[in-house]
Design a protein around this ligand. Sequence first.
Ligand SMILES: C[S@@+](CC[C@H](N)C(=O)[O-])C[C@H]1O[C@@H](n2cnc3c(N)ncnc32)[C@H](O)[C@@H]1O
Length: 212
Amino acid sequence: MLDLGSGTGRFTPALAEAFGGPVHGVEPSQKMRAIAESSTAHAAVAYLDGRAESIPLPAMSIDLVLMHLSFHHVRDRGAAAAEIARVLRADGRVLLRSTFSDRLPDLEWMRNVPRVREIEMQMFPSSRDVTRLFAAVGLQAIALVAIEEQLSSSLAEYAARLRMRAISTFEHMPEEKIAEGFARLDAAVAEEKQPRAVIRPSDLLVLGRQDR
Ligand SMILES: C[S@@+](CC[C@H](N)C(=O)[O-])C[C@H]1O[C@@H](n2cnc3c(N)ncnc32)[C@H](O)[C@@H]1O
């Protein structure tokens, strides 16, 4: 298996546990890989330097590719699709967990942070564009599944997590808009009497060769 854009290895050992190894976590950031190697090491997992556009693995060596929130970071998505098709076995599957511009969820914090929606419309590719990119290299969309993901158990916890700015949307926002958004979010947190889970709808695109 291949966890492509594995970051700090949040899911990489879980893939090995669920399906057996070997699992390759391919990640371009040396810093992320170092964290993965020290905090999410697993006997069946190897973290490798590489990127979606240039995967350091042989042709037809992979049964399952997972891209969890990494596809929209890829600069040359056409090259990435071609590389994924190269390493994937004939009956292999690609799981692409992403946000698509034509299926943006109405997030709690989108209502609270101004301009987020427009920024994310530009940041994320549409499901149609992604489907077309993969079709061009022989991989068809088998399913586009809406899944629900619990982000936190309360709005307060969610706001605290957002303050870490781990979401790339912030990189495109001016500081005054971010401050304005957090002021609104804090007001909503102050009104939260009972902790309420923040649940985010999200998309999983499953791809594979059609004739299989
Ligand atoms: C939001 S993180 C997701 C990490 C991990 N998959 C997770 O869900 O915890 C996005 C990751 O994509 C990586 N990335 C950026 N450009 C990439 C590329 N061209 N190919 C593969 N990964 C890339 C980043 O370094 C980062 O680790």
